[in-house]
Write a protein that binds this ligand. Structure first.
Ligand code: ATP
Ligand code: MG
Length: 400
């Protein structure tokens, strides 16, 4: 006995009216790409449901991959058997025994094929009895069972499902537009990217890199983070901006207390320009209120002056501990906590101004000619495409 299918249920997508077809197509595309490694699987859509035909591939491995795809509310394994009572009983027992930690159950049968000789109630009792007879310490609970065994007797066959597995929720990536994620090597911005993707946004990433102050490994770390994020959607284009010239200029020509504010404003300007070039309509950052000097209300206000693009800040109102927990869940934490310095840590002044003003920032900037350096940074930006599961280059492996 083995599972034949994985049934896929999409929650929120169901209410999206005429966009529904589009959402479904995207979801199906994501599933097909995600399951490429399982060569025999097929992803099918039939009226209101989508399912994966396993064709002998490892059900639990396929399930794990499906659970990373946004737009899925829940999933369950299904067994397809001939419409024969004995077959149905055996399948039900198998499905029940696969469910983790189930002590109570109930059986719910539906008979679409009215020619099937056993009525639904009757089938519930017979299958329930069979399970009780073949297990130890298991009881029926019709009100709040650990597992609801569902049996559907349709025209072509009988389908049996047991445990519901949670999906990743959200909306299929690519259905709600694009955003340019400012991706540092830290803990916050990858989590921020994840949450934005969860709302159906396709992201590209931008990283400010300051060699030789920041190492090649710091850059590689960002590419590895992007590769983790790519698991939840498509491949990700990472824009690597050479930021050294601008940082040195800021360091030398802007009063120390404002160097961080001005640096952030430069990042926003460059990001907006690149977003514009790529026809991306928003930016996403990992800013979280009150975390560090650059993230006071005053600071955000001064930084945000330079762009009128929407800036998505999924972490703005989240606690650090919750952010860390999420980063562990999505597997970016171990990469984020590798020690390589990013450009900000190196140039950050000892005492950055925590209450900068727009007026002062503009005034200090007006004394310096940043035009050429800004233009050059955008022009020399390198684009690297990163796939899911892209391994860190061999040469860095032993260093990580
Ligand atoms: P993170 O953990 O994401 O690095 P942080 O807590 O260190 O964030 P800041 O240093 O204030 O906070 O950075 C705020 C946001 O600015 C980051 O979340 C990120 O979106 C962006 N950012 C900072 N440094 C870079 C960089 N080198 N390249 C791209 N984006 C950056
Ligand atoms: Mg950081």
């Amino acid at each position: 006995m083995q599972f034949d299918l994985i049934l896929i249920r999409y929650g929120e997508m169901a209410i999206k009216g005429k966009n529904r077809k589009y959402f479904e197509r995207k979801l199906q595309d994501h599933l097909i790409r995600k399951l490429e490694q399982f060569k025999d699987t097929r992803v099918k859509k039939k009226r209101d449901r989508m399912y994966v035909v396993l064709n002998g591939e490892d059900p639990h491995e396929v399930m794990k991959q499906c659970q990373q795809i946004f737009g899925i509310h829940s999933l369950s394994f299904a067994i397809k058997v001939d419409k024969v009572e004995e077959e149905i009983k055996k399948a039900a027992l198998f499905a029940f025994q696969d469910a983790p930690k189930a002590h109570t159950f109930k059986v719910s049968s539906r008979r679409a094929d009215k020619n099937f000789p056993v009525g639904s109630q009757d089938l519930n009792h017979k299958v329930g009895g069979y399970i009780l007879a073949n297990t130890d310490g298991i009881t029926v609970n019709v009100h709040k069972p650990d597992v609801e065994l569902k049996i559907e007797v349709r025209n072509d066959a009988a389908y049996i499902t047991a445990q519901d597995y949670p999906g990743a929720g959200g909306l299929p990536v690519g259905t709600t537009g694009q955003s340019l994620l400012l991706l540092s090597g830290g803990i916050d911005s990858p989590v921020s990217g994840y949450l934005t993707m969860k709302r159906g946004v396709q992201i590209e990433a931008i990283h400010f890199h300051s060699p030789p102050y920041t190492s090649e490994r710091a850059k590689q770390k960002v590419l590895d983070l992007a590769s983790e994020l790519a698991k939840y959607g498509n491949k990700i284009s990472v824009h690597i901006v050479p930021f050294t010239a601008l940082q040195e200029k800021i360091h030398h020509e802007i009063p120390e207390g404002y160097s961080m504010t001005v640096m952030r404003r430069m990042m926003m300007r460059i990001s907006e320009q690149i977003a514009r070039n790529r026809e991306i309509l928003s930016m996403t950052t990992g800013e979280s209120l009150g975390q560090v000097a650059s993230q006071t209300m005053e600071s955000m206000n001064a930084i945000n002056e330079v762009t009128n693009y929407p800036v998505i800040r999924p972490l703005a109102a989240m606690d650090k501990l919750d952010i860390i927990e999420l980063s562990k869940k999505i597997n970016t934490y171990p990469i984020s906590t590798l020690p390589y310095e990013d450009c900000c840590t190196i140039f950050v002044p000892k005492a950055p101004k925590t209450k900068p003003t727009r007026e002062n920032a503009s005034y200090y900037e007006s004394n310096v000619d940043f035009e050429v350096a800004l233009h050059e940074a955008v022009k020399q930006t390198e684009i690297i495409e990163v796939q899911a599961n892209q391994k860190t280059k061999e040469e860095f492996k032993d260093l990580l």
